[in-house]
Design a protein around this ligand. Structure first.
Ligand code: SF4
Length: 243
């Protein structure tokens, strides 16, 4: 079992039991996952092939760790307060799902909440986010992720083996004690590799491989549907989004 410090932020701590990670062929995983992305996107990428590339990376990572324990369940929102970076196709897919499945009035409200959250958290580190309970605006009223089937790779990478530890570790109190969450580092490594493989595949196909803050990326694609074509044609979204 391994531990992450949650104050001030996630830090892997040395412990016994590194065998699982040491036995994992990370380079091979990256190579195969990147090749799969390139096969899907080389030529004329479409929204469908882009979505398939993102899902393929998530599925490949899940295949590495699907039989391993995890305490995370729908409606457990403790860690959904941390800063999340996504690749642009991930943001595009989330925006598309929200646009297709959310009634217009709710979508307008969500857009406002995303913009407000972005404004409030722009300069916050994870510790400040925890202390001020800056939960992700994509959580629904029951504390579940409203975009769970298309949630970011980074969100899939952060998991816990003990939800009680998460409740304590993410409590908004000031403390100089380490608050530890037992986590499966192999799962984290697999999803981190899926993220970098997707980015490498995008780059190989001449597509923008930059990451962006989750809310900023989702709002950008919700409010500017033309960014989808721009991205698919190898263009760059405005630099102002990253300021
Ligand atoms: S996208 Fe979903 S899983 Fe990720 S932080 Fe937001 S609510 Fe949590």
């Amino acid at each position: 079992m391994k531990f992450l410090k949650v104050t001030p932020r996630f830090l892997p701590v040395e412990s016994s039991g590194m065998r699982d990670i040491d036995c994992w062929h990370e380079e091979e995983f990256r190579r195969l996952a990147t090749e799969k992305v390139v096969r899907l996107l080389d030529g004329t990428p479409t929204e469908a092939t882009l979505a398939a590339a993102v899902s393929g990376c998530a599925e490949d990572a899940e295949a590495i760790c699907s039989d391993r324990p995890m305490a995370c369940t729908a409606g457990c929102p403790y860690c959904c307060v941390l800063n999340v970076a996504v690749l642009l196709p991930e943001a595009m897919r989330i925006a598309q799902r929200l646009a297709e499945q959310t009634p217009q009035r709710e979508l307008d409200e969500l857009r406002k909440r995303l913009a407000q959250h972005r404004c409030w958290t722009r300069w916050m580190d994870d510790e400040e986010r925890i202390l001020k309970r800056m939960s992700c605006p994509l959580l629904d009223q029951y504390g579940a992720c409203s975009v769970h089937p298309v949630r970011p790779l980074v969100c899939r990478a952060i998991t816990s083996l003990d939800s009680e530890s998460c409740r304590e570790a993410f409590a908004p109190v000031v403390s100089d004690e380490d608050r530890l969450v037992p986590t499966d580092l192999l799962r984290k490594a697999a999803y981190d590799a899926a993220f970098t493989s997707l980015a490498a595949g995008l780059l190989s196909c001449g597509l923008d491989d930059r990451s962006i803050e989750l809310g900023t990326g989702v709002i950008a694609f919700l409010e500017n549907p033309e960014y989808r074509e721009l991205f698919l044609n190898g263009g760059k979204l405005p630099a102002a989004l990253w300021l």
